[in-house]
Design a protein around this ligand. Sequence first.
Ligand code: BES
Ligand code: MN
Ligand code: ZN
Length: 482
Amino acid sequence: MGVGAKNKLSSQAERVDKQVDGALARAAAAARFTGKLGEYLAVLAPAGRKNATYLLVGTGPAKEFGEQEAQTFGAAAYRAIQSVDGTAAIVLADVPSGAPAKLDDIAAHLAYGARLRSYSYDKYKTGAAGTNNKNKQVGALTVMVRRPAMTRRRYMPLSAIAAGVEFSRNLVSEPSNVKSPKWMSTQCRKLSKLGVRVEVLGEAQMRKLGMHALLGVGQGSVRESQCVVMRWNGGKRGSNPLALVGKGVTFDTGGISIKPAGGMEDMIWDMGGAGAVIGTMHALAGRKAKANVVGVVGLTENMPDGNAQRPGDIVRSMSGQTIEVINTDAEGRLVLADMLWYTQKRFKPDAMIDLATLTGAVVVALGHEYAGLYANKDQLADRIISAGKAVGEKLWHLPLDPAYDKQINTPRADMKNVGPRWGGSITAAQFLQRFTNGLDWAHLDIAGVAWSDTDRPLLGKGATGFGVRALDRFIRDNYESK
Ligand code: BES
Ligand code: MN
Ligand code: ZN
């Protein structure tokens, strides 16, 4: 039952409240429940009622109740069910009067929000005594609506997007003893069941193509590097695809420029960019998007070893440009250098968007709320930012400038892989730009947002799947409209 701002019960809730002699309103007041969006309260039903519990869930002000609010409401409803003993609940979807969205959309987005919130990574929890429990699964959440067929039709694409987000979150959450580059490429192959064409390149093929920047990163690992190409052709035959490119470092120790021990375990999610690309391809295929999109991910592991690459090494990238490796921990840009070059050369895409957990510097700049976005075309940047805004994935436009670019020049080669300490996310972006061959291109530095240590209303904690929803929306808005 929804409760709007200032503790006003919905007409539904009001009816029940009358039947129980005002017990709901009293319980709400006693618990200082105000009906804010995302707030919830479980109220024990008085004796003799057939329902065990009533769940009050806040909607916030009616006139602000749009699609994203409906998602947050659905997520809160899910949390409310988890908070009580039962495992099933019914939500009667109604539109608060004056709300901007229509009932079918609200109901579909409510279900979508609940679905996103229902995710938890319990694969390695046995539930043994004294250990953390698995998260409680809700058996059924029934959304009752006026036009079920219409609502279901609205929910279908959202369900496909949720499946893409879940796929991405599973990849990002997997520990790196299991998650090798090959394990990742095996996961990618699963997309062929959805109609995605999947192609995997191993080290021998990459060597032939001259991808020595990527191969240098993986050279200290006993596990073979991989490059995976995923193609979804749902658009006009022969029209140039949009390309998505992802950094897939399955574990980043830093290599010989080794990272400090504290927090190094975070580097299991250094493949978050690749995870976003794979999840997006999953979503697009799942909802049969009318667009041509190619996803390319570079998968490798950055380890220190007798065979590892050294600071001072000079590698020749696929583009022919040479790179002096000053710091082996600035490996993501080396991976992307070859992936971007390969992608533009082979697919002549309409535009390229890369995603990467690229720098700690972007976390210093933007924290864990916004991802950093760079682009060589303002219009492209604006479109990605507004797609992100529409789905709640926030992006902040940061600058590219030739003045930063010259900071990665070096006397020994065409460029070095790190600039000075300050503006580290920007010099990383400048580095990538040198491998775009002038194509329309955007780069999302998602180091601060691929993982959340704090509980988010829609996503909880852990892997966020950041990028899947924004990219899917960007494609829907800009590649499928015609
Ligand atoms: N994977 C890291 C960036 C990162 C940091 C991601 C924190 C997520 C959270 C990247 O490969 C890296 O090590 N970057 C270095 C670059 C530096 C050596 C120029 C960094 O940011 O410290
Ligand atoms: Mn690194
Ligand atoms: Zn890294």
